[in-house]
Design a protein around this ligand. Structure first.
Ligand SMILES: O=C(O)CCC(=O)C(=O)O
Ligand SMILES: [Fe+2]
Length: 356
């Protein structure tokens, strides 16, 4: 934020600070990204497909403590650095099902974290940063909206604008304040189920426009470090089918989605407004995690959103994030939602009881 002053431009009409249009902003206009855009590709098969559904190898050592009904599990008695490939596959499946899985007091180093995460696929070199991400966010999405177009402190799925957006992310805290800097996740399975049937049917066929443009401009304008790849707009299904669980998940996030391809602008804005409200008020599909040095979270970007809770904490906050590219999102209209599956399974159980 060193050059915060340099980008301040007060609108003569409103009196509010505004970001210069890219065309007139020398830093944005003159930036030549060192890498070309990424081409679509077929990633290696998701490791969760190889897992024993009962996860016996993982649960032979780890104790599962669920934090809420909908999302979030702590695994106790386990060091990630000690897990073998079978257990890592089972962990992937658990992350697909629970959205985010947490660990305390881990002895992982950055080197080991990178090695471990390569088991899950091809590591994303973030379009804006180096090989792994260093995080230290104090941003309030409400505050930052007043001077940049990118709501960087808001709920998002990591780099959801990619053609092959990430499956898994793992964040490990190396430095952390005693209080503040918590991260929150919401379940996109749960958020979808919380909609009315009519609204679900409306969203089912739509495509959300995910963009990196606002992030791209903001990084160049405010942060100085140049994005590695050109900005991209990608249309992804507004509701996607999770390839492993086969469940429907909402695939819209306020951090990167700017509209819907099939809607008119005003319609689109209202739907986005409503969904932002829906996501922010989802306390039954929400989990908030208090970090400490050595804590780790691994999440599935296909069925969760997350954001750092804003605040003015004391001291440093530094984490290392590794992320792998996933499949191109798709929507299968015959797939079921999590609540529908639960109902179906319960009715099957009831029939089982009757037959017995
Ligand atoms: O710093 C955090 O808690 C999360 C930041 C974030 O969005 C990420 O690492 O993907
Ligand atoms: Fe993130």
């Amino acid at each position: 934020m060193a050059n915060l002053e340099a980008r301040k431009y007060i609108s003569p009409n409103s009196g509010f600070p505004v970001t210069l249009h890219p065309h007139f902003n020398e830093k944005i206009k003159n930036h030549v990204p060192p890498e070309p855009p990424r081409e679509p590709f077929t990633p290696p098969k998701d490791r969760a497909f190889f897992a024993d559904p009962e996860k016996k190898a993982l649960f032979s050592v780890a104790k599962q403590v669920d934090l809420t009904e909908s999302i979030g599990t702590v695994l106790e008695n386990v060091q990630l650095s000690q897990l073998d490939e079978t257990q890592l596959d089972e962990l992937a499946l658990l992350v697909n099902e629970r959205g985010v899985v947490f660990f305390r007091d881990q002895d992982l180093t950055t080197e080991k974290q990178v090695e471990l995460f390569q088991h899950y696929g091809i590591l994303d070199k973030h379009p804006a940063q180096k090989f792994v991400n260093i995080k230290g966010s104090r941003e309030d999405h409400r505050e930052i909206l007043s001077y940049t177009p990118w709501p960087s402190g808001d709920f998002h799925a990591d780099t959801s604008f990619e053609i092959n957006p990430p499956t898994y992310s793992l964040l490990r805290m190396e430095e952390h304040p005693e209080v503040g800097g918590d991260t929150a996740w919401v379940s996109q399975y749960g958020i979808y189920d919380a909609l009315s049937d009519a609204y679900k049917r409306f969203l089912d066929g739509l495509h959300a426009v995910h963009t990196s443009r606002l992030q791209y401009d903001t990084i160049l304008d405010l942060w100085g470090a140049g994005p590695n790849r050109p900005p991209i707009d990608t249309h992804h299904p507004a509701v996607r089918t999770h390839p492993v669980t086969k469940l429907k998940a909402l695939n819209v996030n306020p951090g990167f989605v700017t509209g819907f391809a099939e809607l008119k602008k005003l319609e689109s804005d209202k739907v986005l407004d409503f969904l932002a409200y829906h996501i922010h008020s989802a306390d039954d599909h929400y989990v908030r995690w208090k970090w400490a040095v050595g804590s780790v979270a691994m999440w599935d970007n296909r069925c969760t959103l997350h954001r750092v809770i804003p605040g003015t904490y004391k001291g440093e906050r530094r984490g290392i994030r590794t992320t792998v590219f996933g499949e191109i999102p798709y929507f299968d209209p015959t797939s079921e939602s999590r609540a529908e599956r639960k109902l179906r399974e319960e009715s099957q159980d009831d029939e089982g009881v009757l037959v017995a």
